[in-house]
Design a protein around this ligand. Structure first.
Ligand SMILES: NC(=O)c1ccc[n+]([C@@H]2O[C@H](COP(=O)([O-])OP(=O)(O)OC[C@H]3O[C@@H](n4cnc5c(N)ncnc54)[C@H](OP(=O)(O)O)[C@@H]3O)[C@@H](O)[C@H]2O)c1
Ligand SMILES: N[C@@H](CCO)C(=O)O
Ligand code: NA
Length: 429
């Protein structure tokens, strides 16, 4: 007997998944057991780039998750609702679930995985983070024998594409964004990508797998790339850095009480392995004991790569169904019980880059230095190269400092007569 799939959504990822399942030569033989039974879409009569019997397509998604014949529901529609309710119904009906939906998993993980464990089914989500890069199963299985120190990723292709082009062309964000939308790399509403929210969902998922407990999405600090200018990219370059939107989960103390989970644009040394990840590509650098550093690189989106991730989950489920064991496989099910304590961003210890516009008075750099000293901010470098109109431009890079102390020093600096403005404050890896 074949394993029967009900697929919800036949857009970019759904199409990539169906195309892979329709072309089985040279792939794992277990995929031959898979039978695409029903596909739910919004507009069943729309023309599609895949050949399917018309009767398979339906606009009644609820009927699919309630169909007793279906073994696995593959949710590839996106959005919070009705995706969440359909996933929950599928689980209650004893069906395994595969989803690419990072938004649903990062927000409703507790409800979904608790229900799945109670129903004795698995919810798989390899496609939800970094598309085709097999990072979910790797963190859950291969790397889970390590004690992790950090997970640092470029997990949003749209912003990496924009930052890469700003860097190579010396352009401003708006120009590149408009072009990226025209080329179909950025969505019509790019908010979730540009403001770091998509990367926030993804690092919440990776952190929960890497550090063994649930993450409350509200605790994840998210800062996007809207404020990045070509001026900062140029200064960063002169100082030996590139600017990347990094998603970081880091255990600052080793006892999980100081886990920091955050997304923000970051100055990355040009010699760091993540500095050379350009365009729409994703990469994730994991550091743990005893493995040391391991990095995954590849396509984070697109029909083929994401379809590959979805089908790898389907393959795992087919193998499980075919082995017919009543025991839950702890490497496939969710083991989380508690929520992680996440340190507030004010407790973060990091280096900073800051750019000041000041009056061109004697002694300004000295006054800045004195104020920094008062708040334990030690400077690694100070550069004054340019002018913006009448204003002198001063760029500093600090040594490691507690974010709360640094922000306090900036509050005082803001009140100085010689300081016009502080156009940018960025963290340095
Ligand atoms: N695109 C990527 O490269 C990528 C990468 C990683 C993860 N993901 C995730 O994969 C999921 C799907 O993304 P996608 O890019 O494939 O989306 P998409 O191209 O917009 O396709 C969505 C599909 O779902 C159907 N659909 C949406 N809402 C529906 C509703 N309320 N009722 C019935 N059908 C509905 C649409 O039907 P119609 O075709 O009839 O409109 C369409 O077939 C999302 O969770 C996304 O975050 C995408
Ligand atoms: N919008 C996402 C797609 C993959 O989740 C990105 O740009 O990486
Ligand atoms: Na993946």
């Amino acid at each position: 007997m074949g394993v029967k799939l009900g697929i919800l959504g036949l857009g970019t990822v759904g199409t990539g998944t169906v195309q892979l399942l329709q072309d089985l030569q040279g792939r794992h033989p277990l995929l031959q057991e898979v039978e695409i039974c029903r596909i739910g879409v919004r507009s069943p009569n729309k023309s599609r780039p895949v050949n399917l019997p018309q009767e398979i397509l339906s606009g009644d998604l609820s009927a699919i998750v309630n169909d007793p014949q279906i073994d696995i529901i593959v949710e590839l529609m996106g959005g919070l609702e009705p995706a969440r309710t359909l996933i929950m119904t599928a689980i209650e009906n004893g069906k395994h679930v595969v989803t690419a939906n990072k938004a649903v998993i990062s927000r409703f993980g507790e409800e979904i995985f608790t229900a799945a464990n109670a129903s004795g089914v698995y919810v798989m989500f390899e496609a939800a983070v970094a598309g085709g890069i097999p990072v979910i199963k790797t963190l859950k299985q291969s790397l889970s024998v390590n004690k992790l120190h950090s997970i640092i990723g470029i997990v949003n292709g749209t912003t990496n594409y924009i930052l890469t082009r700003m860097q190579t062309e010396g352009s401003e964000l708006e120009e590149v964004l408009a072009d990226a939308q025209r080329l179909g790399y950025a969505e019509a509403d790019p908010t979730a990508d540009i403001d770091g929210l998509d990367a926030g969902d993804k690092i919440a998922i990776l952190a929960s797998l890497g550090f063994g407990e649930r993450i409350n999405l509200q605790d994840v600090y998210c800062e996007g790339i809207r404020q990045i200018t070509k001026t900062d990219i140029a200064y960063a370059g002169k100082l030996g850095f590139v600017i990347k939107l990094l998603a970081i989960a880091k255990n600052q103390t080793g006892d999980k009480s100081q886990l920091s989970v955050r997304v923000h644009p970051t100055l990355v040394s040009q010699t760091h392995p993540l500095a050379s990840i350009n365009g729409v590509y994703n990469a994730i650098l994991v550091e743990g004991e005893p493995i040391g550093q391991v990095m995954f690189f590849g396509p984070g989106a697109g029909a083929g790569p994401t379809g590959s991730a979805v089908c790898s989950d389907i393959l795992n489920l087919v193998a499980t169904i075919k082995t017919n064991t009543a025991q839950a496989n702890p490497l496939l099910s969710c083991r989380h019980k508690e929520y992680c304590h996440i340190a507030p961003i004010s407790q973060l210890v990091t280096r900073f880059y800051a750019r000041f516009l000041t009056k061109d008075h004697p002694g300004v750099i000295g006054k800045l230095g004195t104020c920094f000293g008062k708040y334990q901010v030690s400077l690694e470098s100070v550069v004054q190269t340019g002018f913006q109109g009448e204003m002198a431009e001063i760029v500093v890079v600090t040594h490691d400092v507690k974010e709360g102390d640094f922000r306090q020093s900036l509050e005082e600096i803001h009140t100085m007569e010689a300081i016009d403005s502080i156009p940018s404050i960025l963290r340095v890896l």
